[in-house]
Design a protein around this ligand. Structure first.
Ligand SMILES: [Zn+2]
Length: 615
């Protein structure tokens, strides 16, 4: 759907606030006008996507004009021509009203919110008229549907009986939803069809297993069973359509081309520069990263594998051999297969102490953070770990750092291979990224943003490079503060290996979608230059073919965060205080990083609930 946000995206936990009080210099009538507009957009756009609404914590919506109350948790997204036309009409009208605002009179913070609304509306038009995945990507529907059903099951927004009723109501609406999908799909390609069918299989499986288990022994069990056959039959019809009918319709290349890429880059990333700028920067950074890895690996290689490899004419092959062997050896330092979750808990506790002792930032109460094993039904998506926050509208729920245990049925060999990859250094880095002080801490700060409409707007339309870039940036901050598993060189090598992947993701994304790179070359490049194994490289290729720009998020984000830190430090000289800097930039909430830069450089204070600083 036009407004859909990803399942379990950035949302926040509730803790007391931190940064100094805000300066709001706006006439109250003007603020009321803008606040009302922003508020309306947040709720109206969620109401257009019941799937996203449940995930965000909006359960009922009262239409301001008709006073009709929508029970969003029981509804599916409306992809009918009339439903899509209503969304378009709303966007047209909203854009008109937004255009009537006197932008020059907005204070800098409200101006940032205005930019978010402009970007959200522009992005909705691009999705409707430019990208148009709803016309040619079957997965659009199966993912939207699966997320909606799964939200009823996994999010504890109400008691189980209520959610079982909601789930059963959604189940009854699947045949209509599938007919809308079939009516809209007018083109495709091999990859979209293949993955679409797999994704429909996933929804079918969800209905038959997780969903059926969930409603068992609730008052809705019979209702669910009664609706299940028609729902399954419609999914079969969808599969048959994608498999047999869609191939006869026009083909459309998964390559999005430069024009679409540039548009999505603008709306989704909101960073400075162009895709080509980032590509060149990624290629340069990858070269430097590889050279640094070789330099750090050589002494270890000489010590562990004396007389092994010698520099030859093929420098890349030599580099890969030396670094590869050293990384393999470092990989043997890992916890045992049953103790990954305990490792996560231990790392979180140590990192918390370090964040507090070294004054990385002011936040010191992390009691809302729980480290738990990833729930079984989420282990397909979160293969290693993940951070999951309370929905934006229900911020009082806990924040979770999920660590995925190794399945007991895995062979020793398979387990060992995963443990080598996620050795103690990589696990520590991952825990910094997901939790401390990466995503979980960033979410805690974002939850302090005031007033409420601003907090909601900035969280629901959060900027992904801000979120992921902060997490990657914080890895280096903590490493520099001494979080290195007891060995700075081994830690650095693991950090560099991860950065090589981030750069490579950006490189293949631009090259595949805008420069006609073929899939085999992408796989070869990943294996040759970024120390990736074939299965991983092939999976990454598929991800790159299914979406675009999204793979650049980490690179784009950390690039902006690093540049901002460098520039602020250069400007402030020995007045620079890292703790105060982190408090401030995190307290703006997840706006685009160039917006953070603009606000920070102009000395604009964040609007937040204040608590004493420890800086
Ligand atoms: Zn992340």
């Amino acid at each position: 759907m036009i407004f859909s946000r990803p399942l379990l995206g950035a949302a926040f936990l509730s803790v007391a606030a931190i940064a100094p009080p805000a300066i709001a210099q706006q006439s109250s009538t003007q603020l009321d006008g803008f606040a009302a507009l922003a508020n309306e957009f947040v709720f109206k756009s969620l109401a257009f996507s019941p799937s996203a609404a449940t995930q965000t914590g909006l359960h009922r919506y009262t239409d301001p004009r008709s006073k009709q109350v929508l029970a969003l948790d029981e509804m599916l997204d409306d992809y009918s021509p009339a439903g899509m036309a209503a969304q378009r009409a709303y966007c047209v009208d909203f854009r008109r009203r937004l255009g009537m605002l006197k932008v020059g009179r907005l204070d800098p913070q409200t101006r940032a919110d205005y930019d978010i609304l402009q970007n959200a509306v522009g992005s909705a038009f691009f999705s409707m008229d430019g990208e148009q995945f709803y016309k040619w990507k079957p997965q659009t529907y199966s993912e939207n549907l699966g997320s909606a059903l799964f939200a009823n099951i996994s999010l504890e927004y109400a008691d189980k009986n209520t959610r079982a009723k909601d789930l059963s109501a959604r189940l009854e609406k699947i045949p209509v939803f599938v007919d809308q999908a079939i009516g809209n799909l007018t083109a495709s390609n091999d990859i979209f069809r293949r993955v679409g069918i797999e994704s429909i299989d996933g929804v079918r499986d969800l209905l038959k297993t997780t969903g059926a288990d969930f409603v068992k022994a609730t008052p809705s069990e019979a209702r669910y069973s009664a609706a299940e056959p028609a729902a399954l039959a419609s999914l079969d019809k969808f599969t048959a359509f994608v498999r047999d009918d869609l191939p006869r319709k026009p083909q459309r290349d998964w390559r999005m081309g430069s024009a679409n890429f540039a548009q999505k880059f603008k709306y989704y990333l909101q960073v400075s520069g162009t895709p080509q700028d980032l590509l060149h920067s990624a290629e340069d950074s990858l070269r430097v990263t590889r050279a640094t890895m070789l330099k750090l690996a050589l002494p270890l290689h000489a010590q562990w594998f004396p007389g092994h490899h010698h520099a030859t004419g093929d420098h890349d092959a030599y580099l890969n051999a030396v670094v590869g062997e050293v990384m393999q050896r470092i990989g043997t330092e890992h916890s045992n297969r049953d103790s990954l979750v305990q490792q996560g808990m231990k790392d979180v506790a140590e990192l918390e102490k370090m964040v507090v002792d070294k004054r990385i930032l002011s936040l010191a109460d992390f009691s809302n953070l729980r480290v738990i094993p990833t729930p079984p039904f989420m282990r397909g998506i979160y293969g290693v770990a993940g951070a999951v926050f309370a929905p934006a509208l229900e911020p009082n729920l806990a924040t979770f750092y999920w660590v995925t245990p190794i399945p007991s049925e895995w062979t020793a060999e398979r387990a060992e291979s995963k443990m080598r990859e996620y050795n103690k250094y990589q696990m520590l880095r991952l825990t910094v990224h997901e939790a401390m002080p990466g995503h979980a801490v960033q979410g805690a700060y974002a939850n302090r943003v005031t007033p409420e409409w601003r907090r909601l707007l900035r969280s629901i339309y959060s900027n992904t490079p801000y979120v992921e870039g902060w997490a990657v940036y914080s890895e280096r901050v903590m490493e520099d503060a001494g979080a290195n598993g007891g060995d700075p060189v081994k830690m650095r090598l693991n950090g560099l290996k991860w950065m090589a992947r981030i750069y490579m993701n950006a490189i293949i994304d631009v090259r595949l979608h805008t420069m006609n790179m073929n899939g085999d070359s992408a796989v070869a490049l990943m294996m040759q230059d970024a120390f990736q194994e074939r299965p991983e490289a092939e999976a990454k290729l598929q991800r790159a073919q299914l979406d675009y720009v999204q793979l650049m998020t980490y690179m784009a984000g950390v690039h902006e965060w690093n540049a901002l830190r460098r520039d602020v430090q250069a400007r402030e000289g020995n007045r620079f205080n890292m703790c105060r800097y982190h408090d401030t930039v995190l307290s703006y909430g997840p706006v685009s990083v160039p917006t953070v830069r603009r606000l920070y450089m102009a000395g604009v204070r964040p609007t937040v609930n204040p608590v004493p600083s420890r800086c």
